[in-house]
Design a protein around this ligand. Sequence first.
Ligand code: B1M
Length: 212
Amino acid sequence: MLKPEDFYGALREVEFSLIDDLVKKAIAEGHSAPQILNEGLIAGMAIVGKEFKARDLWVPDVLLAARNMHRGIELLEPLFSKEGGGSKWKIVLGTVKGDIHDIGKNLVSIMMTGSGFEVVDLGVDVPAEKFVTTIKDHQPQIIGLSALLTTTMLEMRNVIDAIKGSSGDIKPYVIVGGAPVTEAFAREIGADGYGADAVSAVEVAINLLEKK
Ligand code: B1M
């Protein structure tokens, strides 16, 4: 059984050595990558989130935790990626305008890559117009939008409207996700799918494409 408090401690460290040791030890003990991610890193980050909300931690502490989280995910990434095989589908991913949270989006990217998608990652704070021009340039079958703030989740509707209203022939499916986003909200803004986590995002994307 992994202890979220151990991962919380490692996320708070200035040095990488603790997170490195903890993740490598969990792998060596035979824990699966999804288990280390969910029961370790994400559970540890949830404690950081609670303390941040309670004002026991401040933005620099959370930035440090985010840096360490990226490091932990980097160590797990090879365990999620499948070898070989050309990409069958293409997804354009981005965190919407006004929002710079990218840990969840990066997880979606890793899971999509591991499931045979070519990922075009536009990064964070991506304006609606950028999604529209990227659809023309890359012709993806799926657009994936991430938002972590109750304010920026509203921007997802603008992106969907911009894509639907654009003149291009290609109209990819749009899937959305991020902590404040719900299935009901996704439906309300006209998204084609909602992923509660990175694994469900892949399942939702594949279901949409295979029903075509
Ligand atoms: Co921010 N932050 N933050 N923050 N931050 C939250 C989100 C918050 C809930 C903290 C809190 O108050 N408890 C709160 C939002 C409150 C709200 O809107 N209701 C908050 C706030 C307020 C802010 C600032 C405004 C703080 C400030 O400046 N005063 C500011 C905003 C900056 C901005 O974006 N404009 C801010 C800044 C930051 C940091 C930069 C310091 C840092 C981000 C660093 C980074 O991402 N590189 C940060 C962090 C780390 C957090 C918390 C602590 C952790 C987020 C995280 O990475 N979780 C967060 C608290 C929390 O969530 N408990 C918080 C782990 C990650 C794996 O989960 O991203 O949810 P998540 O992804 C999940 C699912 O949501 C899903 O899959 C993942 C799991 O598999 N998913 C998708 C995500 N995207 C998906 C897309 C999909 C499908 C699924 O399809 C395409």
